[in-house]
Design a protein around this ligand. Structure first.
Ligand code: SAH
Length: 252
């Protein structure tokens, strides 16, 4: 049996209870060494075989799983954040399906959630934005043309950019072709929830310069949008005049 597990953004106590329990019973853990905090591996049994997938191909990962399956043992495939985002789990699941190897998926706290927590920010502020776009700048992995950053930027929504911290000149140019201006608030959150976390608040116009000065080119999320500082309307849900299924408001 294979368990795909979201490790969370870095802090070892941000894995889910279910994920932690699976790590404790695993006979083999294959973890994404470039981003998963190795402190999580302290939960593993002494006898657990631990492999770093940063040094492996997809084929080698599947071969390691097959070996363990032959002995009826349990593999945890540990991915950073939540595995459904840029986790490359689909290709692994497809290969397991072909081999009739059973698996399940345990979600994790994504870095976009951890970054908002570190900033004490809310992505969805009434009157400002009710949409969060999770995306990336096209790099060695292409992005479909209809999802090009300058097109998505047209909505002016709250945005979290993964895998893009090394391309901030291009990010800025694309964002400015959309509804954002050079003054739109932005933030660079490096290693959210790790001891080395850095939070840099800036604007769309100063993203590249801010990252350059701080020497940041990877393991960072780029957040963009007015949710980072402008005025907003308070929520309807908690307004005294608003009736909900749980509370009678003064509007009735
Ligand atoms: N599945 C992961 C994303 C993997 S893609 C998740 O849900 O978070 C790798 C990218 O995620 C990095 O390039 C960076 O943009 C972002 N990232 C992952 N962990 C991060 C962290 N702790 N702080 C900031 N960004 C992080």
């Amino acid at each position: 049996m294979v368990h795909f597990v979201g490790a969370g953004p870095g802090a070892p106590d941000l894995i889910t209870l279910r994920g932690a329990a699976l790590l404790e019973k695993a006979d083999q853990v294959i973890y994404a060494g470039s981003l998963v905090n190795p402190a999580l591996l302290e939960r593993c049994k002494e006898s657990c075989r631990i492999l770093d997938s940063a040094r492996m191909t997809l084929e080698q990962v599947i071969a390691a799983i097959e070996e363990t399956e032959r002995d009826g043992l349990v593999t945890v495939r540990l991915h950073t954040g939540d595995p459904s985002l840029y986790g490359a789990i689909r290709e692994q699941m497809d290969m397991l399906d072909k081999r009739s190897i059973p698996y399940d998926v345990t979600p994790g706290v994504s870095s976009f959630s951890a970054a908002a927590a570190s900033l004490r920010a809310e992505y969805t502020l009434p009157g400002l934005s009710q949409t969060l776009i999770l995306t990336r700048m096209a790099g060695r992995t292409p992005v479909p043309e209809r999802e090009a950053l300058d097109r998505l930027a047209g909505a002016g929504a709250s945005m979290a950019l993964f895998l893009s911290a090394g391309m901030l000149e291009q990010v800025q140019t694309a964002l400015l072709k959309g509804a954002y201006t050079a003054d739109t608030p932005a933030a660079i959150v490096y290693k959210a929830s790790w001891p080395a976390e850095k939070i840099l608040r800036c604007t769309v116009g100063t993203l590249a310069e801010t990252a350059r000065e701080a020497g940041i080119s990877k393991t960072a999320l780029i957040l963009v949008g007015n949710f980072l500082d402008a005025d907003f309307e308070r929520s309807r849900l908690y307004a005294p005049d608003f009736t909900t299924g749980y509370r009678k408001g003064t509007d009735t």
